[in-house]
Design a protein around this ligand. Sequence first.
Ligand code: AHR
Length: 649
Amino acid sequence: MRTPLFISVFSAAAVACFAGPAFTVDAGKSAGQVSPLFAGLMTEEINHSYDGGLYAELVQNRAFLDNDKSPAHWSAVSDENSAARIALDFTNVFNDKLTASLRVEVAKADKKNPAGVANDGYWGIPVQPNTKYAPTILARADEKFSGPLTVAIVSDDGKTIFASEKISGLATGWKQFSVTLKTGKVQPTSHARLVILLDQPGTIWLGMVSLFPPTWGNQPNGFRKDLMQMMVDMKPNFLRFPGGNYVEGDTVETRFEWKNTIGPIEQRHGHPCPWGYRSSDGLGLLEFLRWCEDMNAEPLLAVYAGYSLKGVRVKAGPDLEPFVQDALDEIEYITGDTSTKWGAQRAKDGHPAPFKLRYVEIGNEDWFDKEFTYDARYTQFYDAIKAKHPQLKLISTIGYDQPEKNRVHSRKPDMMDEHYYQSTDEFARKSPGYAKDYDRNGPEVFVGEWAAHEFSPPRPWEEGSKKFAPTPSLKAAIGDALFMSAMERNSDLIKMQCYAPLFVNVNPGARQWRPDLIGYDAISAYGSPSYYAIKMFNENLGDEILSATPAATPVQGSATRDSGTGDVFIKLINPQATDETVTLEITGAKSLAGAAEMTTLSGSPEDTNSLNRPRNIVPVMTTLRGIKPRLTLTLPANSFVILKLATRS
Ligand code: AHR
């Protein structure tokens, strides 16, 4: 990767200059407040974000509900001296939520030649050295078999046993079994499976098989540690959940029905998600809230608003009432004390303390509803929620990016959500004028989904995008930086913003959308150049907007200040294929330190990160010396540069 001209890895010198039009930053006065909630994350179940992603469960199809024709991801295990067969069973089931079980019939086996069943995980079971894994198994047996069972993590070829334990005490009634599997000094691999084996003939039924590695904060039913760390490092202020399309579902029946996602995991049936696979609902409402808590971020809750993706709409009025009540119950679950019905349920689920909630979004992208029923639906939710929770700010999903006539008019939304998936060139054109003409007395603005893609076509949702890498290259990160600086210049009004989608499992067949911010497989993860661009922004946010006037060059940017420390943050983006020398003028600062911290993300447009080269494109920090109120700086081609200057005004 390249660093700006005039600098060495350790220091750099700026050049005093008195000619040419300047990129001017007025450090003398604040031009508005940067919203304290400006930087957030957006999430939904897409690209195996939760199952096979953040949710640390390692067994795919743990409840045998993913496919009602065959036990997907499960296979019989036997050798030439043993025999086993497996089948779905819809009669012998654990309860009315786990409506299938796996019947494992072993006709021939002995201690040397055990037989049974294996699960291949989410593109492998990740094995780490000296690590404890926690399997939980719901099982019963026929009257002739009482165990023991062997539970083990083994290599794909069955030759290496990474960890193994025995389970005994099987009976004809359902029982839950938990053991600890501990690995020794092994090489990390994801070429492994979970097996459950019998060493004598017999028939057993499995109602659910779960396997967790160590989780973030050792939370039961918890999150993958590496992905949590990457998000915490981004310093997000809020988390928008659970969608996106995921909140809507393809149909009313397959919406995100939060009441089905709480309580013990064996009480969660799961549901088909609109991205073509089934969600276990293991990551449910309380897990979303814990996720916020773990990141020290606020929840931004999206509630189902009566519109689903296949064009189904619930008519405003009595038909919509149950959905409004459902949203009120959900808000009570999140914020109610334990004297309330749903607050008490949350306490029973393990979290007595209420969560802070300030923003609720009514639906998702309701401009897709070409019968224009959103105004009436929003109004019904608005009136009911405001009557009980007047302090909550209610977000309309139709914003300034949609024609005026399609927006909500019956009530004044507290906030409007805009979505932008655009190419870097489109963002370069859009950003200079973005939000300039928005009504400063109108609703606040939330940019609830945005991301730059490198070229157009293909758009992220188009078939053609499948031939590109799942995560973006530097070219897209430059587009992201251009748009972020536009939002930051307007962050008196753009109160919150979040990139989407956040996650992608990069295994073949796992994704539905590109580009995505963070990529992973079963065992490792990496941040895209866009991840680092956002992280750079969030680490240098400040709380006051400074007026920044660009010179007539392709370089765009923004500036802010931290009112506590006096530090000024100047963000400059050069989207061109050639270096660009800019004159930078800083006015209004009583004092300016002679050296600045400079962080640079640059390279060739096609440069990117991947599982194999996770840190190919990362920010480089240097010191820029010779800072003067007016100086020249040469920005490398395709670069995003942040200067952090110590000042007093
Ligand atoms: O981020 C992917 C999808 O894009 C979201 O689910 C939806 O809201 C938007 O159309």
